[in-house]
Design a binder for this molecule. Structure first.
Ligand code: IVH
Length: 691
């Protein structure tokens, strides 16, 4: 995780425990949100996670704690309030029939017992005293959650989980998976099957071998490989990559009577769905714990990766009575395996330069086998992280591969304490490793920086970010192509992409005539990306995807944003006054102004509403949504408003026409009342839409 610039706390949840002042607390919350937003983007949009699940959970817990202590800091778009992250791609979006939930975690027998106690207490409150409970224990396969909808026995649609409410339609790729039945016999009218799509270890190894032989890049791990495959646009590609499926839940159904989850598993197995054979039914909590531990022991001998075990209450009526808290069901829990660690030699600390010039350290390790993979590199957050961990090149260190993502260096190996003379502490380089400019560390900054705006590495990072999936999403402009264009001096700022010509590109290696045409078409198409994406693509340090979206809907166009004083920016939901000040400074920068002007000249969208309908009953009306609506999710309501021509903003101001309120509306209601903004409920909104 790359912590935000002005503090190290985003990378260190523990540091949040002692939050001294209100302003600091607000800033911490903002930093945590920014860090989580970035992690979500990497995980969901790019399938390229940057931090381990454990680290992610640590951040989320820290934010939850902070928000619980200071409810006024809770924003509507806080990662704690969402089911997941927004899906990003060109696949069709589909609404799930019922939200796809996630799972709370238990890491120790004690936490599992506490989960049982919480469940029993809740049931007792509902008048169900001391019920006999049956638990089902399943492996938690590390792949991707999928929902399959069968109508009258025919597979109609398959979708990824997405943000839990809206997923992506990947039916075309799921049809290539042989273990997913296209048709089921003796089927009810409607049945939704949920399960995990994954790649087995032997299929993964064979695929990577084939790719290496063909000179193609290899996949990091089976999960990324499955995720990348399932989101392909072309099913022929998916068909060449062997995926498997494991069914673990019957979702929505009509005409199917099931009373327990165990029966649901049997029903699925009986109708041709692959259900893990070693799933077990237990009555005693201690047996449940033993079963979880037994999965942990078997982990290394399986032909697929698992990152835990899942314990579910079998009785479906009790499940319904228990319900869920936010995105976590009360009736199920994930037993997370202890992270895997190993000891190896730290060969060197090397440094990357980010687009804003920050130098990020990372560890180069003697290759070591951890949790099923060989690792050579590990992330380190910043200099403070290095100092706190006190690791030194030339000594042994403990590395951790938690949640099966990016490995982290934890500390020196225990025996290092016996060293009489330790090697010197690593320091950030005095000169930028890429452009040799003298590095600087401004007062109060967390990162040493390369101050050279022309640094090739900084430029590359910025240009890559601009073309990336969450940004302008220009197909054909991957890391390598961008590096080459930069080397050939065909581009130096993002605006240069829009001036590229066929003649310039045709001579270049790996650019056949057709790919040049495709690339130029893709660049041209990117002019249609909505304002929020353009704002994100600009690469301003504080502006992640969610913030970009909030800024775009709040200000409506770039001129309003450029003219807004910091105080006005701070009114946007999720942006604190410090971030607003930093943002203000970034927007006032001459280089940024020149870039915006050039991109505007190139025809990019600098105003909201590219997608909004230009007619409809709500044209010109500004809506703010708050609280939980009875029928529609917030996103669905916003979509309805937009397609009727209205605009959705994240905070109430003089410009707001309607505040739509649901349950537990929070401070927005008071503000709307103060400003005399019309307040409507969902039914009234629906009536407005119908006009
Ligand atoms: S049950 C409410 N069962 O774990 C029930 N999930 O955080 C939610 N997963 O995204 C899911 N194996 O991809 C369930 N046997 C299993 C599972 C499983 C893997 C994944 C699933 C989901 C995540 C939950």
């Amino acid at each position: 995780m790359s912590p935000r610039r002005r503090s190290s706390t985003a990378s260190d949840p523990a540091a949040h425990a002692a939050a001294p002042e209100a302003a600091d607390t607000a800033q911490q919350a903002q930093q945590l949100r920014a860090a989580l937003e970035r992690a979500n983007h990497r995980y969901y949009a790019l399938d390229d996670p940057e931090i381990a699940d454990d680290a992610y959970d640590g951040l989320l817990d820290a934010l939850r704690r902070l928000e619980a202590e200071h409810p006024e800091l809770r924003t509507e778009d806080s990662p704690t309030q969402r089911v997941g992250a927004e899906p990003v791609s060109r696949l069709q979006k589909v609404a799930h029939l019922e939200p796809m939930l996630s799972l709370p975690n238990a890491r120790t027998p004690e936490e599992l017992r506490q989960w049982v106690t919480r469940m029993r207490t809740h049931l007792a409150r509902e008048g169900i005293d001391d019920p006999a409970i049956e638990y089902v224990v399943e492996p938690k396969v590390d792949g991707l959650a999928i929902s399959l909808v069968y109508r009258n026995g025919v597979l109609q649609r398959g979708a990824t989980r997405g943000n839990g409410e809206i997923g992506e339609d990947v039916t075309h790729n799921l049809r290539t998976i042989t273990s997913i039945p296209q048709r089921i016999e003796h089927a009810p009218e409607l049945v939704e099957i949920r399960g995990e799509v994954y790649m087995s270890l032997h299929d993964f190894a064979a695929l990577n071998e084939r790719r290496a032989e063909a000179g193609e890049s290899t996949f990091m791990n089976p999960r990324n490989s499955a995720a990348g495959t399932i989101r392909q646009l072309d099913p022929k590609l998916a068909a060449q990559r062997p995926l498997s499926f494991s069914a673990y839940q019957v979702g929505v159904s009509e005409g199917l009577e099931l009373s327990t989850h165990w029966e649901a598993l049997e029903w699925m197995a009986g109708h041709g769905f692959p259900v893990n054979r070693d799933v077990e039914l237990k009555r005693d909590e201690e047996d449940v714990i033993a079963q979880c531990q037994s999965w942990e022991k078997r982990r290394g001998s399986l032909d697929f990766e698992i990152d835990g075990a899942v314990v579910k209450l079998s009785d479906l009526a009790l499940q319904r009575r228990l319900g869920s808290v936010g995105r976590d069901p009360r009736w199920a829990v994930a037993w997370k395996f202890a992270p895997t660690t190993a000891v190896t030699r730290l060969q060197k600390i090397a440094w990357n330069v980010g687009r804003s010039g920050d130098l990020h350290p990372y560890a180069m390790l003697e290759p070591v086998h951890v949790g099923g993979v060989t690792i050579k590199l590990a992330t380190l957050h910043n200099e403070e992280d290095l100092r706190r961990k006190d690791i030194r090149p030339g000594e042994d260190v403990i590395v951790l591969r938690a949640g099966d993502v990016i490995p982290q260096v934890i500390s020196p190996a225990p025996h290092v304490a016996e060293h009489k003379r330790r090697p010197p502490r690593p320091r950030p380089p005095a000169r930028c490793p890429f452009c040799d400019t003298e590095t600087v560390k401004p007062d109060g900054a967390v990162f040493t920086q390369c101050p050279n705006r022309d640094c090739p590495e900084r430029r590359w990072q910025l240009l890559k970010h601009f073309c990336s999936r969450g940004g302008m999403d220009i197909a054909g402009l991957g890391d390598k192509q961008v590096a080459m264009l930069l080397r050939r001096r065909l581009v130096s700022t993002p605006a240069d992409f829009y001036a590229l010509s066929e003649e310039q590109l045709l001579g270049l290696e790996r650019f056949a005539e057709s790919s040049v045409r495709n690339l130029l078409a893709a660049i041209d198409q990117s002019r249609q990306r909505p304002f929020a994406r353009v704002l994100f693509a600009l690469g301003i340090e504080e502006v992640g995807e969610v913030t970009a979206q909030s800024l775009a809907s709040h200000f409506g166009d770039i001129d309003a944003l450029l003219a807004a004083p910091a105080e006005a920016i701070a009114e946007v939901a999720g942006i604190g006054s410090k971030t607003a000040a930093v943002l203000r400074e970034a927007l006032d920068d001459d280089g940024m102004r020149a870039l915006i002007a050039a991109l505007r000249q190139a025809g990019l969208k600098f105003e909201q509403g590219g997608l909004a309908a230009t007619d409809g009953p709500l044209v010109g009306k500004v809506f703010v949504l708050t609280g939980t609506l009875p029928k529609l999710s917030r996103e669905q309501a916003a979509e309805r408003v937009r397609s009727a021509g209205g605009r959705v903003s994240s905070s109430v101001s003089q410009k707001t026409d309607y505040l739509v309120v649901g349950d537990s509306p929070g401070s927005k209601l008071a503000k709307a009342e103060r400003l005399g903004v019309a307040v409507v409920d969902e039914a009234q909104l629906l009536a407005l839409l119908d006009h």
